[in-house]
Design a protein around this ligand. Sequence first.
Ligand SMILES: Cc1ncc(COP(=O)(O)O)c(C=O)c1O
Length: 417
Amino acid sequence: MDLTRAAAEALDAADPLAAFRDRFVVADESLLYLDGNSLGRLPRDTPAALARVAEEQWGRGLIGSWSSWIGQATEVGDLIGTGVLGAGPGQVLVGDSTSVDLYKLLVAGADARPGRDVLVCCADDFPTDRYLVAGVAAARGMEVREIPAHIDEGLDPEVLAAALDERVAVVVLSAVAYRSGALPDLTAVTRLVHDAGALVLWDLSHAAGAVPVELDAIGADLAVGCTYKYLNGGPGAPAFLYVRRELQDELRQPIWGWFGQRDQFEMGPVYDPAPGIERFGVGTPPVLATAAVEVGARLVAEAGIEALAAKGRALTDLVVALADAELAPHGVVLASPRDATRRGSHVSLAHPQAWQITQALVDRGVVPDFRTPDRVRLGPAPIYTRFVDVWDAMERFRAVLAESAHEAYPTERSRVT
Ligand SMILES: Cc1ncc(COP(=O)(O)O)c(C=O)c1O
């Protein structure tokens, strides 16, 4: 690979997605933002969309606007499902947080497998997933099997297979590992879980908008994910949940709110869940926030998930190649799968002083993430990140190490990273 800046510029010139960058707010061109997998950029159309909902619908229409809001959770759900997740209509709902949606689907899944008393999750998965599995298991007297996964290479299907038997009700796994970006074979893993008679619940937070997940085609049962990362829905944007159509009427979620109720405005005396995906709703949905999700998801759908994934692989390949060439002599080691088809759109680089390096990079106009124990995580979101952004960021990374600039930063970590 040609590792010159001119080669990066040539990649940008040939990039079929290049024009999408202008659809986002880039307030500071000198800031190299490689944290789109924590919080995506603001789409240019989002403020106007929010103003429209606020001024026209809320301000002018008042309560009468509920007629245009009532279908929003399923309409934006369908947009995400069909445009991003490979899920046919009527299977995705937007609302609540990823954690709350995980809770709802975990309990619903466990209830759907009576007589099975084990929940499986991955010991290296994102904390909220592990905590929720532990909490649900504790509340129900179930056992948790936390399977180990390689911190950089991710889940080994053989390790998972060894943990599966007729006692397992639900298996919770991330499609893209939050630290390393490792991406297992989703079809093969789903089949393994099904062979054991269990349900699989995929956390798509780092996958949605980064890689194709093809939920219908892989036979996924349940899924949840954030919309504030690659879907650019904004801080605190509501999550999405997916329930395979054939399972919907069999499953009951544990939070019996009126937004999951059949004929909601009949104000019936007892909870009677609505048919279809709407039964997974709970309370009044976040209308303004969902309007922002719609703008972000539309952009991703327009760009096309295959094209985004291809660019994500190319961008992260450039990170890896530059890390090998320029950073490895300073003790930096790749902490993600080397094979681009086995990772999402982010990579991690290990160094014993990763925390200090992260602070030094931020002060030099590069925004990565620190992740425990000693990783600098770089997430070049393909929809708005240029190859030259990656090149320039890696050059600043090299300069920090060459000048030992990171040594000047305290080793003690602050709370928010
Ligand atoms: C993989 C994964 N799952 C779940 C969450 C938590 O989602 P929420 O805070 O929206 O509940 C995150 C947040 O970053 C995440 O990365």
